[in-house]
Design a protein around this ligand. Sequence first.
Ligand SMILES: C[C@H](O)CC(=O)SCCNC(=O)CCNC(=O)[C@H](O)C(C)(C)COP(=O)(O)OP(=O)(O)OC[C@H]1O[C@@H](n2cnc3c(N)ncnc32)[C@H](O)[C@@H]1OP(=O)(O)O
Length: 682
Amino acid sequence: MAKPHVALEVGNDGVAVISMFNPPVNALALPIIAGLKERFDEATRRNDVQAIVLTGKNGKFSGGFDIGVMQKVHQTGDISLVPDVSVDLVVNAIEDCKKPVVAAVDGLALGGGLELAMGCHARIVAPKTQLGLPELTLGVIPGFGGTQRLPRLVGLSNAIEMMLLSKPITSEEGKKLGLVDVIVSSQELLKVSRQWALDIKERCKPRMRSLHQTDKIGSLSEARELLSAARQQAKKTAPNMPQHQACLDVIEEGVVHGGYHGVLKEAKVFKELVLSDTSKGLIHVFFSQRATSKVPSVTDVGLKPTQIKKVAVIGGGLMGSGIATGLIMSNIYVVLKEINSDYLQKGIKMIEANVRGLVPRGKLTQNKADKALSMLKGVLDYSEFRDVDMVIEAVVESIPLKQKIFSEIEKVCPPYCILATNTSTIDLNKIGEKTSAQDRIIGAHFFSPAHIMPLLEIVRTGKTSAQVILDLMTVGKSIKKVPVVVGNCTGFAVNRTFFPYAQGAHILVNLGVDVFRIDKVISNFGLPMGPFQLQDLSGYGVAVAVGKEFANAFPDRTFLSPLVGLLIKSGRNGKNNGKGYYIYEKGSKPKPDPSMLPIIEESRQLTNIMPNGRPINVTDQEIVEMILFPVVNEACRVLDEGVVVRASDLDIASVLGMSFPSYRKEAKTTDITFNEENMLAG
Ligand SMILES: C[C@H](O)CC(=O)SCCNC(=O)CCNC(=O)[C@H](O)C(C)(C)COP(=O)(O)OP(=O)(O)OC[C@H]1O[C@@H](n2cnc3c(N)ncnc32)[C@H](O)[C@@H]1OP(=O)(O)O
């Protein structure tokens, strides 16, 4: 395949087409940036060139600056690897070019890609193109002039929203907002762009230099008001992420001192942020997430995925109905099986509520909701199972029940059917013990609510075939999950790694630390809630059942806290019955419940682990460490046992399954010195 390059072709009309080639997304790698500079210099110099069109090859404009360069900076600490693009290329070579420059944009223009297009004098865009500045999701800000040009093209308020939420828009929305000059079909894109560039040359169309526009910025006081509201909002929604406030500061610089000053400050702040821990964490997550789709001996052995058209889901409870929702929303036909019509109706109602609930929120059209629900059929027996491609069992966590179901479905399903279980802890070998189709047995561990949470933990046994793993990965992707393939052990990768999380919290409480303080410290660290509020949410029954599994599997490192048992005895069951560590009232946030403090005291007396009977003194940092370091230790064991293919899979599983804060670089398991080859062999 050809190397990444930038081509220049001059037509008989005197228009030079400069095109970027760096598949799959024409990322702005260093040779592309250097090539752009050379080609723009050449086109500016040549007398036979009247006007210039900038475009990307293969139907994609550009996915932005090469994120791999920032990763290299993280590895080497050498910030000089980041080239000067915003002034050298975008201002000097493109925007201030003596000849008209038009961007012909197809497919996507993200980050640096959109910033190049905004430096051009007009943007001609194909329908349904994705346009956005998602840099904040990588811990940085737009660095090629985007913080200055976007507000000048679409207005301050729209620009702030697009950048702070990293929200891409379509060409159709871009046209309404003023980012796009005209939408034309992909086939006409180059033809119209060439003519547009010549029209600018002939002064039939304006030569817009967006950095110099001011009409959409509003007055200084209006701008300051908007920025201040955005700062307050970002403080709440992104408290630990410096790039949000930095982005607003840089926008303000341009509003107060002019676009060019803004560009200079932006370039400086961009480089500072590339070196931040937040950016290290988020860029690690970007590449780690993509690495999960490469599974040795599964995705690299030439297998082709089998098309899965019809899936049977057994069990219409919370998990089963969530799984069924995800499948029908992606056009997969679902047969939902329950044991009686009451349970079946409840399951179907839950699925209908999941799907229909998306319509008023604008996430789904009424037609699409109807279409999705037409893909669902409720049944009470196995007659519909004779032509299903996959079964996902999602019944209660009972080994005998699951064994019975698996031996039944083996008989009624076709011989190629994938037999999956949604168990969160039970050993798959036990579930399939009474089955001869061991190579088709696999774990499809969804996280609750299954139609929303992005992780799909795919659990393989020593006998699961590569084809079955590949097929489940493909289904997972088609229902917009991130599949992570893991090995079979108690709790698999995510629950196993995080079982010490609740344990650490319970040890601290029994050592005299306040429950509500622990929750606050952990949510300040970046998890969506602390361990006790989480226990309230999932219900104490789960804590007891899961706790037993882990106590049996890992007795050497289990702390038996009497606290949950005492809470249950006192009639509490967390959010379920409105009484837990917190009080739950409709319409208000959970409030700490002081009336449960005597129960904690009772637990402390029973465990009697406070030194000299007095509460220990700990800092907030120590609380974080006492809860999360045991998690890191368990992660090391999981790696050592080869439960995951690579360390970064565990990082992704923690981020997507446990909502571990993705920007926390210090807790990455890949930072642990570990020999990955040994791990794979293990
Ligand atoms: C200074 C500037 O302001 C800073 C920047 O521009 S930072 C970059 C801003 N751009 C982005 O954040 C876009 C990041 N990319 C994406 O969101 C998605 O890849 C996409 C929407 C472009 C395409 O998605 P999709 O079709 O699902 O393909 P996806 O698997 O994600 O990517 C395909 C490959 O391109 C790579 N890739 C995508 N964008 C890249 C980028 N900007 N740099 C380097 N590699 C990139 C991916 O790593 C992946 O590589 P792999 O096949 O080896 O795993």
